[in-house]
Design a protein around this ligand. Sequence first.
Ligand code: GDP
Ligand code: IMO
Ligand code: MG
Length: 433
Amino acid sequence: MANATVIGAQWGDEGKAKVIDYLTERADVVVRFQGGSNAGHTVNANGRKYVFHLVPSGIASPGKVCVVGNGVVFDAEAFLAEVDELIAADVLIEGRLFVSDLAHLVLPYHKALDTAAEFGRGALKIGTTGRGIGPAYTDKVSRSGIHVGDLRDWNVFLKKFIRNNDAAIERLKTPDGEPLADMSNLDEDKVITHYHKIRERLLPFIKDTACYLFNAERDGRRLLFEGAQGTFLDVDHGTYPFVTSSNTTVGGACSGAGVGPKSIGHSVGIVKTYTTRVGNGPFPTELTDDIGFHLRATGNEFGSTTGRPRRCGWFDSVMVRKAAQLNGFTRLALTKLDVLNDLDEIKICVAYEIEGKRTDQYPTNARDFEYAKPIYESMPGWKQDISKCKKLSELPDAATNYIGKIQKLCYDIPILLVSVGPDRSDTIEVAGL
Ligand code: GDP
Ligand code: IMO
Ligand code: MG
């Protein structure tokens, strides 16, 4: 297998982790490059279910190395809790999991700032995961962040932490001194004592991971980059301001892992065969009727990080075409086709109507997108269980027609695989990598 980068083509939760897990067999190193513990990545393999937030999904495959790159905002407490769960599940971690010294730390004050910012947005709430993601990236870009590598020298960490924690406490008070968020986790002495312990556990994981990846590639090892969130949560190209605070699109893999563009290899777009979104913001094909409820219940569409119900709707080809443009997809992986098993009719959004005009192209103007009316084409459902199908030829015609229609609407990009169930084995591989 060539290197590959797995990118969500919609609003996240497309099944990226399932595809990463499936491809890990052919890779040597799996790398997360952006986002933080806002991600919820589910892997079902060997009779077990794992939900990852910061640890790359490749850890479920014995012997593979996993790297948390510099572009990730790193919640050390969340990371170590995940490591503990893996150890309890007898997953060997030692020598297999590294964290970039240049990743920025998410600290308790970031979470309090996240909550307060959401509160301050009133009706324009983003619906963040509350994991401190926006404030941590804000500190990074405003050059007051704290690197994971700063933990190597306790005094360096301490000085920066006290400066930032004090500043956050001030920001979290009204002019009258009233608290704007729960401050109970910002007690300086408590956090310092806790992080002193955390530091001891974390030190063995910290590495110059960009250098590690460079040498790994020179030694002929294959890299698999694991995107978090999805294209339309990208801070530049997504449905701003209802986005996350990182570049979720493929370019983020270069800056967030510290590799050159040739290392990206295949750009694999993970495409759910319908659409979901968690949190607020426009969603042209959203279904608030019985079909929407059916998709949520059948697809188990509840956030893996916050447990919130995901909003559900029909497949939107205008968005996925835009995702293909932005990410240069060379393969598509179609997921959750089995969730559509019981539907009589399946609709596909082929274009939008905006101010009375039809357009095939995704509008970058937020207002146009908000008022875009989906233009649908309808296809018959297959009304049977496809989850045991192992080859394309075993699928009913209506299902292959639906796949063909999606592919045609998305520039005929070759389809790497079709996923028909949550398990690693519920996968129909179509094109190679
Ligand atoms: P990610 O964030 O993109 O990695 O996706 P999540 O793990 O948050 O959400 C995808 C959910 O769908 C998880 O519960 C997966 O186990 C499940 N899943 C993945 N692929 C399939 C599929 O083809 N069919 C069904 N029924 N479930 C799937
Ligand atoms: P994975 O990797 C779906 C959404 C939140 C909110 C917005 C901003 O599992 O696909 P943030 O906490 O990042 O500041 O929230 O982004 N969001 C996700 N939605 N899947 C995710 O990750 C998400 N990570 C963040 O719901 O709307
Ligand atoms: Mg998810």
